[in-house]
Design a protein. Structure first.
Length: 93
């Protein structure tokens, strides 16, 4: 059976704060973040908007991508988000 893994970016409502994570169930994880149970960081900084995600078939690739993106400066993260979601609309459920 084919399993998907995701590297994703959550944003605060005013797009001032970004959170990067990895998961095997994107819908479930986004709903956890939106309910305030996803992580302390997303709850504290109100990162409840899914603004970007990538899909992988291998968890090690998803984790490597997460680590890579976390090492980027903010401008590079913003440019990546802008490639698919320049208006920063919520892509989540």
């Amino acid at each position: 059976m084919y399993k998907s893994y995701y590297t994703y970016i959550m944003s605060s409502n005013n797009n001032a704060v970004l959170y990067i994570g990895v998961t095997g169930d994107l819908t479930k994880r986004v709903l956890e973040h939106k309910s305030g149970k996803g992580s302390y960081f997303t709850s504290k900084y109100h990162c409840h908007k899914l603004v970007y995600y990538e899909t992988f078939s291998d968890i090690t690739q998803a984790i490597a991508r997460e680590k890579e993106m976390k090492g980027w400066i903010r401008a590079k993260k913003d440019a990546l988000i802008d490639t698919i979601n320049p208006k920063r609309i919520d892509l989540g459920p």
